[in-house]
Design a protein around this ligand. Structure first.
Ligand code: AMP
Ligand code: MG
Length: 319
């Protein structure tokens, strides 16, 4: 059962408590309804992908109640400060390097060293985020491949029964997604949205043209924004040697030089939550022990297994 919460103080308090407890809560922002989870909780973030039926782990936007809170998780620069002063709270998302102290799960950022952050202006969303007091990861609250919802009824129709609650703050005033701007290098527009390009250029000068929209499908290995380990990755391993590190799913193959268990009980949600930590750990451990590669055990293709297989295939693609 999905609770439909009124956007009053009791409803907001309930939504905050559910989020802090690791549950999924959809909430309205000025752009569209977001499907929120506590960003530091990798299992909760994995359930976002499961509820949406997303076939791959795209990085999610983390939502904060203030620029100070957002910049507590990412390293801001002068441009980010100027843009935050001009457009936050509002429909602008900034991609910046994660701080070493950032508690956001690697899964929320799809394993990337950067993180997309935003401070929404919608009053109910801002109050909710302040009540949660930490980053809330939230993609649009629709099933994968469907259009973004701008009313609580849309969310209920798509995700009712799959999420804990919907905080109903009425229709979203902007109705299109946030503009996504990458500030990890020369500023580049990754997605057009609620803040027009001209307004951003008026604040910080001309923007580099992103080579292609971040969301556009590209061949495995070509996607600029995807994490891959430095060690070669071998898929569908049914045996392993002592000079390989093993990404295990279920009872591990015997004889590996290092083992990271994704899920002993073969649970794809748990495996998704641990995937990027596992790849990073095996990459570092493998290098430290002089291993020649990482062998990944087969993962079933159902549920979140499809997204795990997609990400492993990208990580294994020739670079
Ligand atoms: P959504 O969560 O569906 O609103 O989409 C988030 C958008 O932000 C997508 O276009 C992502 O590709 C983009 N995005 C999020 N995090 C990053 C990141 N670390 N680097 C590049 N793009 C990002
Ligand atoms: Mg979306």
């Amino acid at each position: 059962m999905t609770e439909l919460l009124a956007a009053d103080s009791a409803g907001i308090a309930r939504a905050a408590a559910l989020l802090l407890g690791g549950e999924l809560v959809a909430f309205g922002t000025e752009t569209v309804y977001g499907l929120g989870a506590r960003a530091a909780d990798a299992m909760a973030v994995a359930r976002i992908y499961e509820a949406k039926g997303r076939p791959r782990f795209n990085p999610l936007i983390c939502h904060y109640s203030s620029a100070d809170a957002a910049f507590g998780d990412v390293l801001e620069n002068d441009m980010a400060r100027a843009l935050a002063a001009r457009f936050w709270p509002g429909p602008l998302t900034l991609v910046l390097p994660r701080r070493p102290t950032c508690q956001v799960s690697l899964l929320a950022g799809a394993g990337l060293p950067s993180l997309a952050v935003r401070v929404p202006s919608a009053a109910v969303a801002a109050t909710l985020l302040a009540a949660v007091g930490e980053a809330v990861a939230a993609p649009s609250a629709n099933r994968s491949g469907r259009i973004s919802p701008t009313r609580a009824e849309h969310v209920m129709a798509e995700l009712g029964g799959r999420i804990a609650a919907i905080l109903d703050s009425g229709p979203c005033p902007v109705g299109v997604e946030s503009t996504v701007l990458d500030l990890t290098g020369p500023p580049a527009l990754l997605r057009h949205g609620g803040v027009p390009r001209e307004a951003i250029e008026a604040a910080i000068g001309p923007l580099a043209e992103a080579t292609a929209p971040a969301a556009a499908p590209r061949a495995p290995g070509q996607l600029a924004s995807h994490y891959a380990p430095a060690l070669p990755l071998r898929l569908e391993a049914t045996g392993v040697s002592a000079d390989e590190a093993l990404l295990a799913f279920g009872p591990p193959l015997v004889g590996a030089g290092a083992v990271f268990q994704l899920s002993a009980g073969r649970d794809t949600v748990e495996a998704a939550a641990r995937l990027f930590d596992g790849l990073r750990w095996l990459d570092a451990e493998g290098a430290a022990r002089g291993l020649r590669g990482i062998a990944a055990m087969p993962v079933p293709g159902d549920g979140l297994g499809a997204a795990i297989k997609d990400r492993l295939a990208r990580a294994a693609a020739p670079r």
